[in-house]
Design a protein around this ligand. Structure first.
Ligand code: PHE
Length: 452
């Protein structure tokens, strides 16, 4: 150790750049693919209500904590704890984050690969004339293949590595600034189309009228996991991005802005998808297939649907890319700073490792279908354990560290930018990270896993 030149660390250029990068990490398949199907499987409105409470009460404070730890230490997640809590075991929280990053890359990049297949299908007119059953079969058929999904996965992984290779430079910052608003506009168009389908109002009822009897320990655990996953918190992504954030950035404001953008995109995705789910008579519990069946169904009903479909899957792929870049950056920052590898070597090694694990994940609904652990195939195992176990557990340790261990004067200093901006919310923040967030996470966790 010690060979890494910390004076040469990268940093984000502007306030907008910080927002674009952090929102780029947060907004992704988690919002447009995962949120709708998890909502569908967990009772709709009731789930969304719990989700909202969690984003505000736990998500934003955890995000702020990560940014504080990152900017204070100017290190990767493991290095951050090593420098802020020397000779203490806290760095294991960082290690857990690196492990989580590998697991997320392994399944998330596979789903990102599916968006490329759907882009390709758009171009060759593959959805045309198919009803929702046929679209479902098409999706399951594709997923069950071995080579094709694995190839798209590899293409997407290489694209991610390519961007990280160049450093997370202006390219991704600037393109996010254009692409994210475009994705927004397209989502709104899809919402309108979906809402005007006959029978769509059932979708709105499903989404927005909570049936409280549907709230169980599992629902709350799924909402917690979804919030952590969607906000990119609990595994050090925002420690890493925080470490690149300039000193004059208002970390609390950035956290609120990123969380609101993320929330809005998720809700819009829900409004685009559920009215169509009911109009096409698809089960809201269709799981991972949901988005990939419903959206092509909407495109089929639109004049110029092919163009919308093309634009949509392109933007979805880009939204996924700004997320995979942020996850890979965690691993690369760790390998280069802690293990003293060159940045390029770090990228090559991590890409190769992800290629192997992710390849196996991709094959888990094809060739490796029979391989199961705890009753889940590799894909489901990574998807479930990262979101519902690793990230909340990481979040619990993060807030506990900042709330109970780290000297408060440093935290105040980071949040107030050395006393230059007011932090009227501070008392509320500290109570939240000391008591409310850890207690809530611990409770939800133990209850959801059936331990209490
Ligand atoms: N937040 C991203 C999404 O919703 C996924 C992600 C999870 C990114 C964890 C980084 C860390 O798509």
């Amino acid at each position: 150790m010690g060979g890494f030149d910390f004076t040469k660390r990268g940093s984000f250029g502007s306030r907008l750049g910080v927002l674009a990068a952090a929102a780029g990490s947060a907004v992704g398949l988690g919002n447009i693919w995962r949120f709708p199907y998890v909502t569908g499987e967990n009772g709709g409105g009731a789930f969304i209500l719990v989700y909202l409470v969690i984003v505000f009460a736990i998500g934003i404070p955890v995000m702020m904590s990560e940014l504080v730890i990152g900017r204070r230490s100017r290190r990767n997640p493991v290095g951050a704890f090593r420098i802020l809590a020397p000779n203490k075991p806290w760095y294991w929280v960082g290690v857990m984050g690196i492990a989580g990053a590998f697991m997320i890359m392994a399944f998330y990049t596979v789903v990102a690969g599916w968006t490329l297949e759907y882009l390709y299908q758009t171009v060759i007119g593959g959805f045309q004339g198919r009803d929702s059953d046929a679209l479902k079969q098409m999706f399951e058929g594709f997923r069950g293949e071995s080579l094709r999904p694995a190839l798209w996965f590899a293409v997407f992984l290489l694209a991610t590595s390519g961007i990280v290779w160049g450093g997370v430079r202006k390219g991704i910052e600037n393109s996010s600034k254009i692409m994210m608003p475009l994705l927004f506009i397209l989502l709104i168009i899809l919402c309108i189309k979906s809402l005007t389908l006959p029978g769509s109002s059932k979708g709105l009822v499903f989404l927005f009228s909570p049936d409280f009897s549907k709230i169980t320990g599992t629902t709350v655990l799924m909402a917690l996991g979804q919030a952590f996953f969607s906000l990119s918190i609990g595994m050090g992504t925002l420690i890493t991005y925080g470490s690149y954030i300039p000193k004059d950035n208002n970390l609390a404001l950035t956290s609120v802005q990123v969380s609101m953008v993320d929330l809005l995109v998720a809700i819009l995705a829900g409004v685009a998808i559920f009215p169509a789910v009911f109009a096409f008579d698809i089960s809201p519990k269709s799981g991972e297939a949901l988005t990939f069946v419903v959206l092509p169904g909407i495109f089929n009903q639109m004049t110029g649907g092919m163009i919308f479909s093309f634009a949509f899957f392109t933007l979805l792929a880009i939204a996924a890319l700004t997320s995979t870049v942020s996850v890979l950056e965690v691993i690369v920052a760790y390998l280069s700073e802690q293990l003293d590898l060159s940045r390029r070597m770090a990228i090559i090694i991590s890409t190769a490792a992800i290629f192997i694990v992710g390849g196996a994940t991709s094959l888990s609904s094809g060739m490796f279908k029979g391989i199961k652990l705890f009753g889940l195939n590799i894909f489901d195992l990574f998807n479930f354990t990262t979101a519902n176990i690793l990230l909340p557990l990481g979040g619990l340790f993060l807030v506990a560290f900042l709330g109970w261990f780290f000297p408060q004067k440093h935290t105040k200093d980071e949040l107030s930018n050395g006393g230059t901006i007011s932090i009227g919310y501070y008392r509320f923040f500290i109570i939240t990270i000391k008591f409310i967030a850890p207690a809530a996470i611990a409770l939800v966790f133990l209850n959801g896993l059936g331990i209490i």
